[in-house]
Design a protein around this ligand. Structure first.
Ligand SMILES: [Zn+2]
Length: 271
């Protein structure tokens, strides 16, 4: 919004919020989404490797990584979005030659614009999940990198507890872990663990804008990291600016809004 002051047109500082969307899947979205995000004040985002295909072999993952690193970061830059990358093995898509992928991962993680391991996680579906997550947690310790550990739609609290058990056993510093897609009950589970707590705004399967804003308003902005997880399912590329409107309506200060919707993610990823 423009306002005039002493004859000059100045920008209203209320409209200068910048946002950092901590978890997206840019490869299944459009260039126009990037533009809309930039216009709404989203400055940075991290696109995470995911289960975009059947991911049957390590080669499918390596081609997927290549797309994120070479194509998506450049397209986003053209739209003005500063896009970074997280690479990892998704728990819903463990390839049959996962060992080859885990061996290739350290080299892949050295690529330009890679800021984290992810997304990884627990789905409580496959026995190999535990081993694959443990290997990625030790890689995070070894390479001193942050790691994104997601929690599933179903049995979220049980999965969060299992993830926290593995995180604790790995010896990783809890603040290097983003335990993602938490809901009210799983926030309670994660609260005392010291991990960064991911709130994902993606109704109806994940939080609504109001629910995320309420959790931040209730507990304070410390340790919350917010994302849209925008993918091919119904998503909101403008999840963070819309959440900011809700937070401002709840009288949360601009400083705290910035903390929850930008600074915490920037600190976590070291950007
Ligand atoms: Zn995701």
């Amino acid at each position: 919004m423009l306002s005039t002051e002493k004859g000059f047109i100045t920008l209203n500082p209320d409209f200068l919020n910048m946002y950092f969307d901590a978890h997206v899947h840019a490869d299944v979205r459009s260039y126009e989404d990037y533009e809309a995000m930039v216009l709404a004040g989203i400055e940075k985002a991290v696109t995470c490797a995911h289960d975009v295909y059947r991911m049957t072999t390590s080669q499918v993952y390596l081609d997927h990584y290549d797309r994120l690193l070479r194509v998506e970061t450049r397209l986003a830059a053209r739209a003005g979005l500063d896009l970074y990358v997280a690479l990892g093995v998704h728990p819903s898509a463990i390839p049959r030659d996962v060992e080859a992928l885990l061996e290739a991962l350290p080299e892949q993680l050295r690529a330009e614009r890679v800021v984290a391991i992810g997304e990884t996680g627990v789905e409580l579906k496959d026995d190999r999940e535990t081993v694959v997550l443990e290997r990625q947690l030790s890689l995070a310790v070894e390479l001193d990198m942050p790691i994104i550990v997601h929690t599933p739609r179903k049995m979220k609290e049980k999965a969060a507890e299992e993830a926290l058990r593995l995180i604790d056993r790995s010896g990783i510093k809890p603040e290097r872990v983003l335990l993602d897609h938490l809901k009210e009950e799983s926030v309670e589970v994660a609260m005392d663990s010291g991990v960064c707590m991911g709130l994902t705004i993606q109704p109806p399967s994940k939080l609504t804008h109001e629910e995320a804003a309420e959790l931040i308003a209730r507990h304070g902005p410390e340790r919350f990291i917010v994302s849209s997880d925008m993918s091919s399912i119904p998503s909101d590329p403008l999840a963070l600016p819309r959440c900011a409107l809700k937070l401002r309506a709840m009288d949360v200060s601009r400083k705290d809004v910035h903390r929850a919707l930008y600074e915490n993610a920037a600190d976590f990823y070291g950007l």
